[in-house]
Write a protein that binds this ligand. Sequence first.
Ligand code: ZN
Length: 495
Amino acid sequence: MPKEEIANLALRRSLFFPSAGIYAGSPSGFFDFGPDGETIRRKIINLWRKQLVEKESMFEIFGSQILPEPVFRASGHIQNFNDPIVQCSKCNSLHRADKLIEVHSKGIVPESLSTTELDKLIKKHSVKCPKCGGSNFATVKKFNMMIKVDIGATGDSSCYLRPETCQSIFLDFSRLYKTMRHQLPIGIAQAGKSFRNEISPRNSLIREREIGQMEVEVFFNPDKIDEIPNFAEVENYNLNLMLLGKKTKPISCKDAVKKKLVSGKLVAYYLARNQQLYESFGIPVSKMRFRELDKDEKAFYARETWDFEIETDLGWIELVACNYRTDYDLKGHQKESKQKLAVKEDGKEFIPHVFELSAGIDRSFYVTLDLVFRKEKRGSEERIYLKLPAKIAPYDVGVYPLVKKDGLSEIAKKIFVNLLDEEFDALYDEKGSIGKRYSRADEVGVFGGITVDYQTKDDDTVTYRYRDSMKQVRVKIPELPSFLRKIRKEFTDKP
Ligand SMILES: [Zn+2]
């Protein structure tokens, strides 16, 4: 769906909106999530937790957002986490040099280009300032994207807001390895916020300064990268792989390993689990791909990187960076902290290698909205609804009395409370006409609706209205929980 449609819906229903919006000049790239938006966002995280963290027996942690400077010396962020910026000589506005060149050259500019190479490209493509149209720029400079914070009254302890959630996982690995009595491979996960001082935040939730991330780091013995007990479960599952310079093609996990397109079974296995997770968001596989990154495009710590991307109205959007980080992180922290982070297994001492799935929460939320947004003409009326799968719909069911009087509210409230007690996410709404209440619920993707009317008083039945087809059926009140479970399952099996 066009981004204007999504922006309109997001603002009209307060799904998400710019932070500190009542103050003019608040910096961009920060967002608040309203009630229904936050519920969908939370359900996306919960689905990730269920499918990836719990089913794969990983450990989930919740780390601090502020970490001391040595962490980022060890991780390489102080030296390497830079964006190239360039200033317009006429209006003094600052821009990301690589992105600016991309707009003019209509090609991808690798992140690893030197500042001199970028200077040359700016001249070559006669880049113009997007703000004033000027064509004179100062030389490109490297700008570190971490946000510094000073801790303590004298500010003598230099810290940073973490630029990625995974650093806490690396810092905690050794402790968890010892205390949780586990053998490699071990998956450690975290959902939380990270922070990047983006020069030009844009495209709504796609390029933020405060980023929601859900990350999984799998620690393993590199000699055993092909020893994955559950590999048989995915071996015939097709990954949509876009190899360097090639078109996207479905390739089974087994073949990807056999043809050495990935470093080993462990990598193919987690790529499959990732693709399956996004299938459960209601996204068709035909809109997904794993794009292999060239060495110029990869992050400084990665040996192998697949960007998991989804096709939207904004083009292909990267949702998950799948990185083989080797022993880069633990080695760096061992050196800087002088603590031993190696493990001893099978009589051999080594530093574990890491494969990561680093997903953007808010991006996943945005892309899901883009793909489930529906606009239909019904006669003269226009209808908008979100075709969200039950698992991430903000509510399983809305409960509505047809009118407030004649005891209908009381019956409806009782049904509402019973459904909450039965572990359904239910919503109660008695304000406005029933048609208005249906369309309010449809717009945020509430999965279905129950209406209590005069017939309810005679025969103990209610109307259940399907969100997508608007079909209505009568259901007996005592049978509501089993009925709701059944249709939820039907949708999950066949969206
Ligand atoms: Zn300018």
